[in-house]
Write a protein that binds this ligand. Sequence first.
Ligand code: SAH
Ligand code: AVI
Length: 331
Amino acid sequence: MARDERRRKTEHLGKVRFFGSVVGADSFREDVIAGLSLPEKALSPKYFYDAEGSRLFEAICRLKEYYPTRCELALTGAHIEDIARFAGDGCQLIEYGSGESLKTRLLIRRLRPSAYVPVDISEPALQAAAKRLARAYPWLNILSVAGDFMQPLKLPVYRARSPERLVIYFPGSTIGNLTPDEAHAFLRMSRGQIGRRGAMLVGVDLKKDANVLHAAYNDSKGVTAAFNLNLLVRINRQLGADFDLKRFAHYAFYNVAEGRIEMHLVSLAQQTVNVGLHRFRFDVGESIHTENSCKYSVEEFKTLALAGGFRTDRVWKDSRGYFALFGLSAA
Ligand code: SAH
Ligand code: AVI
């Protein structure tokens, strides 16, 4: 972790250790003000995940329309032996954007990693997941890191007798929430972290019928809308802003040219919003762009991975070809 970041061990729980350097209130304020000052207002999706945001995301994963979680769980279960052969038993498993570490359970059971290093920006989600995992797998060394995976994090190392193979797990198509440039930088950083002998497992949502995509991000119960709007609730609470939630609406659509779902919060009125001493004007229909969720073809993702320093060794897909898990090694 960068020297100026506060590093602390927060708690011991059996074989769990917590390390923290979460994004501070100052960065959040600066990023929100910078984002709302852009000609096309935008906020980073990493700010969705406060305690309520993580809870809402977990509810999204259980919706009938949101296929990615079920597809990735199914393909991981179906191909677990082959995935394990690729990853190697007893490796050290690092997971970025681990959330509730749901799919990871399949890997933990089969690989029996020497240590599991979940990294997430949402401290509440991270702590709850680590505690559940510690109960389910008392033998597992968990080094839990609250931090931003886009920053160069110096991760804690589990001191094993011999140098171990590092495997980075990045499921859920969280890589799709990065722009292709950010994904490239992230892959380069990961390649540096795992060295020549390591490997990476990346879950990627594939291009498909736009109607299926549209339904997944416009669910009938309105959970995705609540997830999107919760960003404004968080800004009101943490930054003393006065967003009127009745005057913003969730809007998600598939941008074919860019190959991505875009989520926006659209202003339903001409209005002014205060964030501390800063005032922001909204026209009717003007939006805050809150998330991209990029969809790739297998070939597109292989090209991105190669540019990031990785060779694609394996591609596992679910039965409908909706979702893929890529097994990557140093190119
Ligand atoms: N891996 C889980 C969760 C995916 S949701 C799954 O496959 O279901 C995305 C997760 O990444 C959330 O838990 C969120 O808190 C985390 N996250 C998003 N941006 C992040 C960032 N910049 N740094 C660290 N974690 C981040
Ligand atoms: C975490 N991430 C991959 C989800 C996605 O599908 O892009 C976040 C999400 N946004 C709306 N629904 C789910």
